[in-house]
Ligand binder design. Structure first.
Ligand code: IFM
Length: 482
């Protein structure tokens, strides 16, 4: 592509040798073929077919049809030159009802994918759960029930035995905060419940599932590198007022500390336990010994970062408006008396997420200072923009290139500060099903023409290929890094 060389004229910052570059996707968002080869229904099939749940009534029925176009997608990865590819396995392909023996044709699909990656020298990074819970398990209470964690452990055993040492890195869960708090608390994700007590119970049972899976993975695949991927954020108070500082602490407690503290310190944060004390079942589902399971040693931490948040206490919304902010409802934290602020004029993505790469650096430094010195992989980072194919048949997504450059540079800042970051995965390889936003938000570095499924590499794909080749990034000087 003609534009690619011009990106590398400014001074560059080399990454350590062996730094792992990758891209990420997830099963329900790209595969389609939801009825193929005896796959069972998942909570996202049900939810997306519920009128009003997803923008435009979009579903994952066809998605990017990756199930049938895997070879083409493998070639895109090969030409990109990534060292690793992060994908997820759909539990209902492996166990159509969430229980019982493996469905061999489901496992065969992932075997072909793993072999296709290895033959291109791309390390498979496998996420075991990226939100597509088998619907029959939800019918029995889903993540509110302890039994679902036990069922997850059985499923992990089947996948680990089938794919074993051909998979380098294993990620137990993707973003358990979304599964629990968006799925059972805010009702914005499957299964669409709005029950804070259930969300808290789901939070714990997801972490328990992670804890139960670790020894199973280690037994089945002694060489396995095991980790978990969390979506973490950087919460800033909108003012120095004590109520706003406390609101930022509550948001941080819910999104970050409810996951980081049990995993790395073997305990739930007391302020959050106090906050959810009256909700039922809430954290009363925690049993003796659970936290020891959850806090078992890991080999790495996966961090997904997209945007920072500025928040105030609900009672201080008027003051925030007077200070020039736009005050938004905070659907993410329905019970926390928190409002999100938007600073007019700040660059935002088409998700309306503020662009501020410095939040990634400060988050990584904080993880190192407060939680762990384990290797960190940025298992997702990227941006949705209103892309289009221009009359010359190209997608010139300069805004995505700028976003990626700033954030990769922010990763470099963290490495310079001594944080042990060993890899970075762009979300996403392909435009795909963006959950409740359907196909209206494009995160890919490859354009997908829905519904024909044709792929077209965007400018950001070529830019990322050059970045991987040079193992370096330009100094970020542009907007949005404040
Ligand atoms: O598309 C999602 C992904 O499934 C999980 N992390 C955030 C992405 C963008 O919203």
């Amino acid at each position: 592509m003609s534009t690619s060389s011009s990106h590398h004229q400014s001074p560059t910052r080399p990454f350590p040798p062996g730094f792992l570059w990758g891209t990420a996707t997830a099963s329900y968002q790209i595969e389609g073929a939801t009825l193929a080869d005896d796959r069972g229904p998942s909570i996202w099939d049900n939810f997306s077919h519920t009128p009003g749940a997803v923008w435009n009534g979009d579903t994952g029925d066809v998605a990017c049809d990756h199930y049938h176009r895997m070879e083409e997608d493998l070639d895109l990865l090969g030409e990109l030159g990534v060292g690793a590819y992060r994908f997820s396995v759909a539990w209902p392909r492996v166990q159509p009802t969430g229980k019982g023996p493996a469905n061999q044709s489901g496992l065969d699909f992932y075997r072909r994918l793993v072999d296709g990656l290895r033959s291109r020298n791309i390390e498979p990074t496998l996420t075991l759960y990226h939100w597509d819970l088998p619907q029959p398990l939800e019918d029995e209470g889903g993540w509110c029930e302890r039994d679902t964690a036990e069922r997850f452990a059985d499923y992990v055993d089947l996948v680990a035995r089938a794919l074993g040492s051909d998979v380098e890195r294993w990620i137990t869960l993707n973003e358990p905060w979304c599964s629990s708090w968006l799925g059972y608390g805010a009702g914005r994700h499957a299964p669409g419940l709005k029950d804070i007590g259930k969300a808290a119970a789901a939070n714990h049972h997801l972490l328990l599932a992670h804890g139960l899976a670790i020894p199973i993975l280690r037994a089945a695949v002694p060489s396995a590198k095991v980790g978990i991927t969390l979506n973490l954020g950087d919460h800033r108070p909108g003012s120095e007022h004590e109520l706003d500082v406390a609101a930022a602490r509550r948001a941080d407690g819910n999104l970050n500390r409810l996951f980081l503290e049990p995993i790395f310190h073997g305990q739930y944060p007391q302020d959050m336990l106090d906050h959810y004390d009256q909700t039922q079942p809430g954290f009363s589902v925690v049993r003796e010994g659970d936290l020891e399971l959850i806090a078992q040693p890991l080999d790495f931490l996966g961090v997904n970062y997209y945007f920072p948040s500025t928040v105030v206490d609900t009672s201080r919304a008027t003051e925030a408006r007077l200070a020039g902010y736009v005050v938004a409802e905070s659907e993410q934290f329905p019970d926390l008396r928190v409002r999100s602020l938007e600073t007019p004029g700040r660059d935002r993505t088409s998700m309306n997420w503020e662009i501020a790469a410095s939040g990634l650096t400060s988050l990584l430094v904080r993880i190192r200072n407060d939680y762990t010195t384990l290797p960190i992989y940025i298992t997702e980072n990227g941006a949705a923009f209103d892309d289009y194919v221009d009359p010359n048949g190209r997608v010139l997504d300069h805004n995505r290139v700028a976003y990626l450059q700033e954030h990769i540079s922010a990763v470099h800042d963290a490495i310079d500060a001594g944080v042990n970051v060993q890899g970075y995965f762009v979300w996403s390889l392909l435009d795909n099903f963006e959950w409740s936003f359907g196909y209206s938000r494009r995160f890919g570095i490859v354009w997908v023409d829905f519904p024909t499924g044709d792929r077209l590499a965007k400018e950001s794909y070529h830019w990322y290929r050059d970045t991987i080749r040079s193992n370096s990034v330009e100094y970020a000087t542009s907007v949005g890094s404040g």
